[in-house]
Ligand binder design. Structure first.
Ligand code: AHN
Ligand code: ZN
Length: 328
């Protein structure tokens, strides 16, 4: 009799602590809060990716770039508390000065505890990695390289409007990430400062003075089928505990086949400048392999909507939503 009531007490406790499942990753211990996590709709994210692609290549100084920028601003204005546009100019690798436009949307401005999400929204002006050399000077559509991360974050913005989060969230769409020196040009920027021009600008001129976030997540090329998101070296250098946390979330959600426990070399991407200049620990979720390659159609004319897998968008979106709503 006595042992039955003991069993009952144990069971009640086991149930009560369900939402507080403790996780261990290295020395890191964190708990999932028992809050409802909104549903990331992959069809919706796919639609946002396609809409961007339908404008054409979003390369600097083009109509598609202007129109897509306007679309992103108007979308975010319908979902966020505030939207700030940063207009700036930058010099490309060849000395040409172009206009850039970073777009920043903020949610739950009251909260001092903030998380930063970002992606680049420009597409590359040259398909310099295309197998056919005659395409090397043609702009790409950038469905995966550009639109995928933005599409996932738009779907997150839609969810944040419907189900406001405890933490404050800032979503930044960086411009001019992908205009680094083409492979057919001789110029050599040893420090790779010809890439990520929008992130370089924002990280030195944040949209509000002294902006701080607890951590940041950059999404780059997050739409290809059966991706391998590795623990990229720059992210591990600046923000290993965030990276381990996010990979643990992915594993717990059943996405361990995409978020693999493998380290790969550093990628020059927007997060590097956010880490260096804004001093916000930011990781990059990016498809990358030990040879330093990205997805098979990287910087080719085939980086179009056919590259996009709803499963991949869903996995990345789900992981980000858990990070926002359920992990402190
Ligand atoms: C370099 O190739 C130097 N960086 C890759 C960053 C990138 C390009 N992300 C998307 N396109
Ligand atoms: Zn690129």
């Amino acid at each position: 009799m006595k042992s039955y009531s003991l069993l009952l007490i144990v069971l009640v406790f086991a149930f009560a602590s369900c939402g507080e499942k403790k996780q261990k990753e290295g020395s890191e211990v964190f708990s999932y809060a028992s809050v409802e996590i909104p549903n990331f709709n992959a069809d919706s994210a796919y639609h946002y990716v396609k809409t961007q692609c339908d404008f054409g290549s979003r390369v600097p100084e083009s109509k598609a770039h202007k129109d897509c920028g306007d679309y992103l601003v108007s979308f975010l204005k319908q979902h966020a508390d505030t939207v700030i546009e940063q207009h700036f100019t930058s010099k490309l690798y060849n000395g040409k000065v172009v206009k850039g436009r970073n777009i920043i949307a903020s949610f739950n401005l009251q909260s001092k505890d903030r998380t930063l999400f970002a992606s680049h929204w420009d597409s590359r002006s040259w398909a310099d990695h295309d197998p056919d050399p005659k395409n090397h000077k043609t702009p790409i559509i950038g469905a995966n390289d550009g639109a995928s991360g933005v599409g996932v974050l738009m779907e997150i913005a839609r969810n944040l409007k419907l189900s406001p989060s405890q933490v404050g969230v800032d979503i930044v769409f960086f411009d001019l990430e992908d205009q680094g020196t083409p492979e057919w040009d001789e110029s050599d920027f040893q420090d790779q400062s010809d890439w990520c021009l929008g992130a370089q600008y924002w990280s030195k001129n944040t949209h509000v003075p002294f902006y701080q976030a607890k951590y940041g997540i950059l999404l780059d090329m997050v739409g290809y089928s059966n991706p391998r998101f590795t623990k990229e070296q720059q992210s591990m250098y600046y923000a290993s505990s965030i990276m381990n946390k996010v990979w643990q979330i992915a594993k717990d959600k059943g996405y361990g086949n995409m978020f693999v426990d493998e380290t790969t070399g550093g990628v020059m991407d927007d997060h590097v400048w956010v880490n260096i200049n804004a001093k916000i620990p930011m990781i990059d979720i990016v498809q990358h392999d030990p040879m330093g390659n990205f997805f098979p159609y990287w910087h080719t004319l085939k980086d179009d909507i056919n590259c996009i897998s709803k499963n991949t968008l869903k996995a990345v979106g789900d992981v980000c939503l858990v990070a926002i709503y359920s992990v402190s």
